[in-house]
Design a binder for this molecule. Structure first.
Ligand code: TMP
Length: 207
């Protein structure tokens, strides 16, 4: 695989979608051959799985069912989109990937982290992440930025203690993985954007 694989992670409410959009616009202006994609989702099948996962009517979903759905989405997406883009030498920027599963289903839901690591490996089918940009906003600020336990999708309805465990999960992964960079996202969206761009550049992700 000749391309570079960058994942962007963070708790709900930290402005991740805005940051991914700003990066996409900037790289497109600069003529960088990049594929922007997201999880759960990123292919027709995986977007259907996303709709099932996030449907607020599915409030009785079992935690293990939820995990398998995220992994099913990942497997389809990785095989259908990410692998071929990397093989073609492209930069792939994915809005959430395996670390979200560790943080949300592992630390948030309390499922076995080693089992999740094994499932992640199977779903990734040999793909490796070059760099993970974590939008770091402490869990209390992140929670209030997203408007508390809002009546948004099924995940966004979770309470503040869930999000605190998720944040701590991301920090635990950050301490384990060299590819993981914590980017302070407490400033304005433009300040955060410049920090993310600088990380991509200085770590050789932009050829
Ligand atoms: P998004 O709002 O960033 O598109 O993500 C959808 C939700 O799914 C968000 O609440 C985080 C959650 N999520 C997990 O719980 N586990 C995962 O593996 C992924 C990729 C996302």
């Amino acid at each position: 695989m000749n391309g570079k694989f960058v994942t962007v992670e963070g708790c709900d409410g930290v402005g991740k979608s805005t940051q991914v959009r700003l990066l996409r616009e900037r790289l497109s202006k600069e003529g960088v051959d990049a594929v922007f994609t997201r999880e759960p989702g990123g292919t027709d099948i995986a977007e259907k799985i996303r709709a099932v996962i996030l449907d607020a009517d599915n409030s009785d979903m079992d935690a293990l069912t939820e995990l398998f759905l995220y992994e099913a989405s990942r497997c389809q997406h990785t095989n259908q989109v990410i692998k071929s883009a990397l093989d073609a030498g492209k930069l792939v920027v994915c809005d959430r990937y395996i670390d979200s599963t560790l943080a949300y289903q592992g630390y948030g839901r309390g499922l076995d982290v080693d089992m999740i690591k094994t499932l992640n490996r199977w779903a990734m089918g040999g793909v490796e992440i070059d760099l993970t940009l974590f939008l770091d906003v402490n869990s209390a600020d992140g929670f209030s930025r997203k408007g508390g336990a809002s009546d948004g999708d099924r995940m966004e309805r979770e309470k503040s203690d869930f999000y605190e465990r998720v944040y701590n999960g991301f920090i635990a992964v950050a301490n384990e993985e060299k590819r993981f960079v914590r980017v302070d996202a407490s400033g304005t969206k433009y300040e955060t954007h410049e920090k993310l761009y600088a990380e991509l550049k200085s770590r050789g992700m932009l050829k």
